[in-house]
Design a protein around this ligand. Structure first.
Ligand code: E4P
Length: 218
């Protein structure tokens, strides 16, 4: 399972990269805005900076919602750095753009996936990744994990190569359940990745080991 971090915060990206388990980064316009990044040139430079920190794929989202606009923007984003994956929303023109990018060898991440049908269309268009937003489904009292299950089943039935990128992962149980289902990738905040380490028995066990070592060596 690949671990992506879902942020545009360079310090958090560096911290996750330093841990040695980071496979990529996802961003979206809200995450860029949260870091105060605005204006085309600043946004492009920020993507370049992220690519310099990590070794893996970095999703950069188009703002245009029409086919021509998405193609123009996506081609430019892809030209910024070989690690850039063009993030395209799951709408009609988005599916057309994904097909266009796929034919040109430009990798894509189909975002804002909330149904298995959207994921099926995106895979048929040749998306590299689909991003089902499980946390946002949970927010409206719908089990987001069922969607991951459904997409896994459909993709396996037809051997689609599109990778399931579980997005809007909010806590460690989301991550672990996605791993059990077989999501190819998860993207979440740094706190979710670090949360996997938390266990009181590890903490108390280590404290005991260190105390015993200190006593024996005093
Ligand atoms: C994924 O690519 C999105 O950026 C993200 O996971 C959305 O998460 P949120 O629902 O917590 O905003």
């Amino acid at each position: 399972m690949k671990f992506f971090i879902d942020t545009a915060n360079l310090d958090q990206i560096r911290e996750a990269q330093d841990l040695g388990v980071l496979d990529g980064v996802t961003t979206n316009p809200s995450l860029m805005a949260k870091e105060g990044i605005s204006g085309d040139e600043n946004v492009f430079n920020h993507y370049r900076a992220i690519c310099e920190i990590v070794d893996g794929d970095v999703s950069a989202e188009v703002i245009a919602t029409d086919f021509e606009g998405m193609v123009k923007e996506g081609e430019y984003l892809a030209s910024l750095h070989p690690q850039i994956v063009v993030k395209v929303p799951a709408i009609k023109d988005g599916i057309k753009a994904i097909k266009y990018f796929s034919d040109k060898g430009i990798r894509t991440n189909c975002t804002l996936i909330f149904s298995a049908g959207q994921a099926l269309l995106a895979a048929k268009a040749g998306a590299t990744y689909v991003s089902p937003f499980i946390g946002r489904l949970d927010d409206i009292s719908t089990d987001g994990l069922n969607l991951i299950n459904d997409i896994r089943l459909i993709y396996d039935n037809y051997a689609f190569e599109t990778q399931i990128l579980a997005a809007s992962v909010r806590h460690t149980m989301h991550l672990l359940q996605c791993a059990e289902i077989g999501a190819d990738v998860m993207t979440g905040p740094l706190s979710v990745i670090l949360g996997l380490l938390k266990h009181p028995l590890t903490e108390s066990g280590l404290a005991q080991f260190l105390a015993d070592h200190a006593k024996a060596n005093s």
